[in-house]
Design a protein around this ligand. Sequence first.
Ligand SMILES: O=C(CO)[C@H](O)[C@H](O)COP(=O)(O)O
Ligand SMILES: [Fe+2]
Length: 220
Amino acid sequence: MPVKIAPSILSADFMNLERELARIATADLVHVDVMDNHFVPNLTLGLPVVRRIVEVSPVPVDVHLMIEDADRWAPEFARAGVASVTFHAEATQAPVRLARELRSLGARAGVALRPASPVEPFFDLLPELDMVLVMTVEPGFGGQSFIEGTLPKVRRTRDAITAAGTDTWLQVDGGVSRETIARIAQAGADVFVAGSAVYGADDVAAEIAELRSRASTIWA
Ligand SMILES: O=C(CO)[C@H](O)[C@H](O)COP(=O)(O)O
Ligand SMILES: [Fe+2]
């Protein structure tokens, strides 16, 4: 089954991260948003915290870098032992060189695109990528509403992955909820980041199961 649910700890209680990670043990990945207050107008956490998250997380760690100079910093996150490192296309000079470096360090390599950034330049490069992240809100904050106009880009990306025949995951991030997830799965996404929907729920495990079920119905 291709569907993966990746709760974002951006909406977790940062004072109790170990407990918050334990609450999402039934998820497929934990999504960690790294922001530098330059690439986006928000500041979250960095390498020392990510290293500890890798040590205590019950599920593989999926890092989403919203930082400038990804070429300098992304490999450090791979060295920290995360499962995947996703850098923004807008923040790298050399996406293929960076993706190859991340893979050589044992991480999956992902490229992320702001809502207004075109995905087409990456279609011929899919064999170099383990994941494409189509942002469905402007990066920087959790709890924003889903941008419907990003769905055609998700569909075009799925079609390109199918045509290329690669095992590239297609992640969406921003405004994923019970209300939106089926439409997003219909457009071809297979990895779903959800921050406020998961951590804002009374029963976190039930919410993860519900999101997975709604997306899986489409993929079945
Ligand atoms: O990268 C992000 C914001 O830039 C977060 O991963 C994303 O916003 C998750 O939050 P929510 O599910 O509440 O929209
Ligand atoms: Fe994210």
